[in-house]
Ligand binder design. Structure first.
Ligand code: FEO
Length: 135
């Protein structure tokens, strides 16, 4: 499962969000590599915890910007974030109850979700935030 490295095609034209997206893609790649290389439960769980934390931080930041600028699609956007968080929680639970048996299907889902979300959903706020002075 190759996770794409961030490039300009992922840009949402808001620096802080681009930086966050780079980091999230990187963490998912590291999580995947750790599972494949069987680096051990402790390492893998640490990376997963990093993903959970950073996801929370990023979603809060992004939603804050959208709320502050009264983005019309805010509610739908937040619902999408909740879907990702629920799936992430599912992954966390699976790894908790069956360490060493990481469900790759969920990991794949998270990667696909993130790529699609950045390119097809996040990019919808670019013009709106830029017009409100957020770049
Ligand atoms: Fe960048 Fe909507 O997450």
């Amino acid at each position: 499962m190759a996770v794409p490295i961030w490039n300009e095609s992922f840009s949402v034209k808001v620096k802080r969000c681009d930086e966050d997206h780079k980091k999230l893609l990187d963490i998912i790649q590291r999580l995947h590599d750790s599972v494949i290389a069987r680096h051990g439960e402790i390492d893998t769980k640490a990376i997963l915890a990093e993903l959970v934390d950073y996801t929370e931080t990023h979603f809060k930041t992004e939603e804050g910007m959208l709320e502050q600028t009264k983005f019309p699609g805010l509610e739908r956007h937040c619902q999408q974030h909740e879907t990702f968080k629920a799936k992430l929680e599912e992954l966390k639970q699976s790894m908790e109850y069956a360490p060493g048996d990481t469900p790759m299907a969920i990991l794949q889902y998270l990667k696909n979700w993130l790529v699609r979300h950045i390119k097809m959903v996040d990019c919808q706020y670019s013009a709106h935030l830029n017009a409100n002075g957020i770049h």
